[in-house]
Write a protein that binds this ligand. Structure first.
Ligand SMILES: NC(=O)c1ccc[n+]([C@@H]2O[C@H](COP(=O)([O-])OP(=O)(O)OC[C@H]3O[C@@H](n4cnc5c(N)ncnc54)[C@H](O)[C@@H]3O)[C@@H](O)[C@H]2O)c1
Length: 317
């Protein structure tokens, strides 16, 4: 049986598009999508799909052994804003799911893991601009703590047991297919939907909050490029800094107004402002650029054009 890929948490914002791309690269039947629910019917009906709880070690193991799965992309997690509401659930899901796949690799059931980290590993004591790869990481959110600790475990399993685990510190990801799942950068997706639905948007972050962001196409390219990279070239087994664009709510609104002049934005910061304030405003990703030739394609204006084009099609169909 040819070796297969398993995506855990495939129905989410990133998993939806990652599944499509991996199926393009490896063939539909070689990529098994899984999630805890079948909410995303387009994804569920697009190829092999299984219900798998990421907290259930035996369910992951059985799927891997029965299907000759050798590579796992672990995308299930509780994100930053939801994690602040349910801290113990975030710890439970984010850590146990990671241990399950790390231990399956340690036992040689699987060969390779992708596990996403986040800019949430950084905190208020981290240098705010052009945050380097190696720097102070004192996260103040539960989500950030799980990502920081997760990175330490990834590096530990690589050094101690030779586990081939690869990870990226994703910035806020902007996309038009699945909606985001409870993060602090969700505003940068919601804004495009609201401009087309109502012509206005009330932002939950203040207008000058600058955060690192990335268009989904670039995030998927980074993920597949990192996984295809020669293991010998990888110098980071915790999480690679990854960067594309940084902007404020005011700047994304300006990029929209350039195409839809009547659009208006107002600001009503909520609890997510404190999370955003603890994160860097821009990231230095030179190590990723050097090790596996990472580069991004989309700037803010190009992303806005593509988001509006794709969402107009969606709302008009
Ligand atoms: N989206 C971003 O901007 C962003 C930024 C940084 C890091 N990340 C990381 O990337 C990964 C994917 O993020 P996303 O935005 O696609 O998240 P999401 O919330 O959109 O999707 C997560 C998916 O996991 C599923 N899930 C939840 N509990 C599960 C369980 N017990 N078992 C199986 N599946 C379960 C959900 O149903 C959902 O489909 C996460 O690790 C996240 O921390 C995302």
């Amino acid at each position: 049986m040819s070796s297969k890929i398993l995506i855990i948490g495939a129905c989410g914002q990133i998993g939806t598009e990652l599944t499509t791309k991996l199926r393009e690269i490896h063939g539909v039947s070689n990529v098994i999508a899984s999630d805890i629910n079948t909410r995303n019917l387009d994804l569920v009906n697009s190829g092999p799909f299984e219900i798998i709880d990421a907290k259930n070690y035996n369910a992951i193991k059985d799927c891997c052994q029965q299907n000759n799965v050798k590579t796992v992309y672990l995308m299930a997690a509780l994100l930053s804003a939801t994690g602040e509401k349910y801290p113990m659930e975030a710890w439970d899901l984010n850590m146990n799911s990671l241990f399950h796949v790390l231990n399956l690799a340690k036992k040689k059931v699987i060969d390779k893991i992708f596990w996403p980290s986040s800019i949430a590993v950084f905190g208020p004591t981290t240098p705010n601009e052009n945050t380097p790869q190696h720097t102070i990481c004192e996260p103040t959110t539960v989500y950030g703590i799980t990502k920081q600790v997760g990175e330490r475990w990834c590096e530990y399993y690589h050094n101690k047991y030779g586990v081939d685990v690869r990870s990226l510190r994703y910035p806020g990801i902007i996309s038009h297919k699945a909606m985001p799942g409870g993060g602090t950068t969700d505003y940068a997706v919601e804004i495009y939907h609201e401009v087309l639905k109502t012509g206005k948007y009330e932002c939950f972050l203040s207008k000058n909050t600058r955060l690192p962001m990335m268009f989904m196409e670039d995030a998927i390219k980074a993920t597949t490029d990192l996984m295809a990279a020669d293991a010998k070239k990888l110098t980071i087994r915790s999480g690679y800094n990854l960067s594309a664009i940084s902007f404020t709510p005011e700047e994304i609104a300006e990029s929209i107004k350039a195409q839809i002049p009547d659009f208006t934005i107002s600001y009503k910061p909520d609890f997510r402002q404190a999370i955003a304030d603890s994160w860097p405003s821009s990231i230095d990703d030179n190590v990723a650029r050097k090790d596996w030739n990472w580069s991004h394609d989309y700037n803010l204006m190009e992303m806005t054009s593509e988001m509006l084009k794709q969402l107009k099609k969606k709302y008009n169909s």
